[in-house]
Design a protein around this ligand. Structure first.
Ligand code: ADP
Length: 398
C-alpha cells in the first residue's frame, strides 16, 4: 500500500487539498472554489483541464470529485495513511494537534461559538472525509494551538474578569501553524535548535498577524479573540478604538453594519478605495494613485509599530521573519517597514531584499544590521501533513 497523507483545508466557499508522500514531499495540490454557487469550479495543480463538478457543488461533492481525479491520474493509488485537517479555532481545549475521535469532535463543535464562520465548515470537511475514508486516522491541526503558550499578561484583555471566566473572552491568536513553521525554518537557516531560537514572525497574506517567539515558544501575537485585531489586512481594519461602535451608532450604523465594514470593507481596500490586493496597490501607487500609496504607508507603519511591541516579550532576538504572499514577495513593503525600525538597529540590504532573499538563504539584512532579517516561504500544509503523520503513528519527521 502506498503511504500518502491527504491535507484538507475547508474555507467558507473553498476547499484546498494537498497530497504528500511518505517523505513529506508534496505530490500535488488542488483547489475548489465558489462552492455552493453556480460558478463552482475545481482544478489540480499542473493539470490544464478543470475537474468536472456537479452544479452548485458542495464541499463534499468537490472533495469526492477531486479524490476521484487524483486516482485517475495515478496520484493516489490507495487510501491515504492519514488525513490532516486545518481547523481554525481550538479555544483553550486544544494546546496541540489531536487525533479526531468523537470526543475531539464534540470539543471542536464547542469552539464553534468562537469561530462561527470557520469551525462549522471545517467540521463539514471532517464529516466528508470520515464518510469517504472511515478506516483512515484523521487529525485536526488548529490555527490557535501554537499560541496557547502565551502568558496571562499577553492573552488577557483588561476587561471585567467574568467575561473571560464565563465566556472565554481572551486573546487566542491565529496563523499559529505558519508562525510555528517560521520558528522551525528560522532555526534551520540560522543553524540553531528550535529551543534556542527567538524570532518575530510577520505573516502577511490577505489576513496578517505577527508573533513573538521566545526559545521556540509563542509568547505574544497581534490577533486576538477574533482574527480582526492587530495589523492592517486586505479587507480587515486591524486595531481600532472600540469606541467606534458607539460613535457610529449615533450616525445610524448598527453593530452588524460596523462589524461587516471592519471585516470586509476596511484595511487596504478601505483606505485605497480600489483593491485589497497588495500587488495591484503597488502598481496603482506607481501610477500616482495617492490613496493606494497611503494604504501601503499605513500598512507598513502599523506593522513596524507591532515589531516594536513584540520586542517587549523577548530577551534576545535572532531574526525578524517575513512570510505570506506579501511578506514573501513585496520588497517594497519590507523596505518601508524596516525603514521605521532604524532606531532599533534593523537594516535591510537592497539587492538581497529585491531578490526576496532567494540567493542568500532567505537573508535580506545589511551587514550593519543588529538582527538578521529573513524571508521564508510558509507551508502550513506541510506542518499539517507532518502532524497527521506523527499522530497516526508515523515519524512526523522529514
Ligand atoms: P492568503 O492569506 O489568502 O493565503 P496570500 O498569502 O496568498 O493570501 O497573500 C495574498 C497577498 O499577497 C495579496 O495581497 C497579493 O497581492 C500579495 N502578493 C502576492 N505576490 C505579490 C507581489 N509580487 N508583490 C506584492 N504583493 C504580492
Amino acid at each position: 500500500m502506498e503511504d500518502v497523507i491527504l491535507v484538507v483545508n475547508c474555507g467558507s466557499s473553498s476547499l484546498k487539498l494537498a497530497l504528500f508522500d511518505q517523505h513529506h514531499r508534496r505530490r500535488t495540490s488542488a483547489l475548489a472554489d465558489s462552492l455552493n454557487t453556480e460558478d463552482a469550479f475545481a482544478r489540480i495543480d499542473g493539470v490544464e483541464e478543470k475537474v468536472a463538478l456537479p452544479s452548485s457543488a458542495s464541499h463534499r461533492e468537490a472533495l469526492e470529485a477531486l479524490v476521484s481525479r487524483f486516482r485517475d491520474l495515478g496520484l493516489m493509488t490507495s487510501e491515504p495513511r492519514a488525513i490532516g485537517h486545518r481547523v481554525v479555532h481550538g479555544g483553550e481545549a486544544f494546546k496541540e494537534a489531536t487525533v479526531i475521535d468523537d470526543s475531539a469532535l464534540r470539543s471542536i463543535q464547542a469552539c464553534a461559538g468562537l469561530a462561527p464562520l470557520h469551525n462549522p465548515v471545517n467540521l463539514s470537511g471532517i464529516a466528508a472525509t470520515r464518510l469517504m475514508f472511515p478506516a483512515v486516522p484523521q487529525v485536526a491541526v488548529f490555527d490557535t494551538a501554537y499560541h496557547q503558550t502565551l502568558p496571562q499578561r499577553a492573552y488577557l484583555y483588561a476587561l471585567p474578569e467574568a467575561w473571560y471566566r464565563e465566556w472565554g473572552v481572551r486573546r487566542y491568536g491565529f496563523h499559529g501553524t505558519s508562525h510555528y513553521f517560521m520558528a522551525l525554518e528560522a532555526a534551520r537557516l540560522l543553524n540553531r535548535t528550535l529551543a534556542t531560537t527567538s524570532v518575530i514572525s510577520a505573516h502577511l497574506g490577505n489576513g496578517c498577524s505577527i508573533a513573538a517567539i521566545r526559545d521556540g515558544i509563542s509568547v505574544d501575537t497581534s490577533m486576538g479573540l477574533t482574527p480582526l485585531e492587530g495589523l492592517v489586512m486586505g479587507t480587515r481594519s486591524g486595531d481600532v478604538d472600540p469606541g467606534i461602535f458607539d460613535f457610529l451608532s449615533t450616525k445610524g450604523l448598527c453593530t452588524e453594519e460596523v462589524h461587516q465594514a471592519l471585516n470586509h470593507q476596511s484595511g487596504l481596500l478601505g483606505v485605497s478605495g480600489q483593491t485589497n490586493d497588495m500587488r495591484s496597490l503597488c502598481e496603482l501607487a506607481d501610477h500616482g494613485h495617492k490613496p493606494s500609496a497611503l494604504a501601503i504607508d499605513i500598512f507598513c507603519f502599523r506593522l513596524a509599530k507591532y515589531v516594536g511591541a513584540m520586542m517587549a516579550s523577548l530577551s534576545q532576538l535572532d531574526a525578524l521573519v517575513f512570510t505570506g504572499g506579501i511578506g514573501e514577495n513585496s520588497a517594497r513593503v519590507r523596505q518601508k517597514t524596516v525603514e521605521h525600525l532604524h532606531l532599533m538597529g534593523f537594516k535591510i540590504r537592497a539587492d538581497f531584499n529585491e531578490a526576496n532573499g532567494q540567493y542568500t538563504d532567505g537573508h535580506i539584512e545589511d551587514n550593519g544590521s543588529r538582527f538578521a532579517i529573513l524571508v521564508i516561504p510558509t507551508d502550513e500544509e506541510l506542518v499539517i501533513a507532518r502532524e497527521a503523520s506523527r499522530l497516526s503513528g508515523g515519524t512526523g519527521a522529514g
